[in-house]
Write a protein that binds this ligand. Sequence first.
Ligand code: NAD
Length: 442
Amino acid sequence: MHRIAMIGTGYVGLVGGAGLADLGNQVVCVDQVGEKIARLREGGIPFYEPGLQEVVVRNVREGRLSFTTDLAEAVREHDVVFIAVGTPEGEGGAVDVSQVDAAAHAIGRHMTGYRLVVQKSTVPVGTARRIRAIIEQAQTTRHEFDVASNPEFLREGSAVEDFMRPDRVVVGADTERAFELLRGIYAPLYLIHTPIVETTPETAELVKYASNAFLATKISFINEIANLCERTGADVRIVAYAMGLDNRIGSKFLHAGAGFGGSCFPKDTKALVRIAEAAGEDARVVRAAVEVNESQKERMVDKVVAAVGGDVRGKTVGLLGLAFKPNTDDMRYAASIVLADGLVARGATVRAFDPVAMENARAVLPDVTYVGDRHEAAVGAHALVIVTEWNEFRRLDFERLGRAMAERVLVDLRNVYRPEDVEPYGFVYVGVGRGRPPVGGR
Ligand code: NAD
């Protein structure tokens, strides 16, 4: 059993803190936002994440998990301190590491003996060493400490499962003491044969960016192929399926769509480009993945405008889904933002429904009309657009939706349906990369 303080109770900190408690450790989760801590103490979760509440409630009940705003005390009372604060996009795509620096400073100021500091946030290469320097400077009394890099790979929407059953754990450290402590913390994962990669802090830090940039590149790649499919009459769903059957390629992350969003891929790809620049390298592939993604999001606006006849002024568009992906309420860099803003700017009225993200959406998309369910989103619409592939949009009642709409047009930005699923209801179907062979072809 280790005594762990987790600084930051966002998606990573809260899932990680609750997960480490579930693995048998004594964990305190710290956040500077008092409301979050108050809500957590009442058994509430500050964001939507399936299965998280059960783990939190169970571990609080069993006395292994608690919450505080008192960072100084958390550092004084715990031997292992994880940093899981935000590292948002800063100026020009660089990473804003100010929250990490502040946390490191506080750790240095308040430590009372040996501490293992584990950097979990996604941070530029070299940060673990910088944290070391910040802690040394902040210390008023000399205490030994180690800094390890332990990037997190969980996905929002399946975060609990991802944390408890990761594909791998990556640990970067300089001392045997640090490795040994982290081996102990993650010991239960050895039982399920999780590969644990032990390396240097620099390598661990780069593994995270390289992994995210590779996945993002796969998405941009298939989106580029999708656009080519539209021009040539090919169907990207079949192209991707057949490509994915090759084990060297794999079928995951080959779904053409509205472009990647979320709190990680957009900022991490840009960050990697900047990290490369600073190191004197030009990350051309990643730069292209970013560019393709940005134009893909814009292209979705053109696609909807074209689907309603080329001019959206005075027309109504219904959006199904706003979150950047299903099973989350996270709106950071969601494709829906570019789409809704673009449609409103071109004179459309936008009605939207999302099962959980509407509260967060209101803050970033004030000009959208929010409605209570998927059927209301269709009322008076000249096109209905599937933006996020929530399960509840996978079996739509097209007859009922069609009756409520001004025109029967479905723009399926996630390729959930096939044209033949909706055309019997009089709908025009527009997908992404679903070219049709010329008349006479098969
Ligand atoms: P988030 O913005 O949701 O949460 C960060 C939390 O840290 C906030 O609640 C904030 O109040 C708190 N915080 C900041 N400074 C603090 C301080 N000094 N003391 C106490 N609390 C403080 O962030 P997130 O989505 O959980 O991401 C955290 C990190 O993990 C980022 O680097 C991100 O790139 C990385 N990451 C995120 C995901 C994901 O899916 N969200 C996955 C893997 C890695």
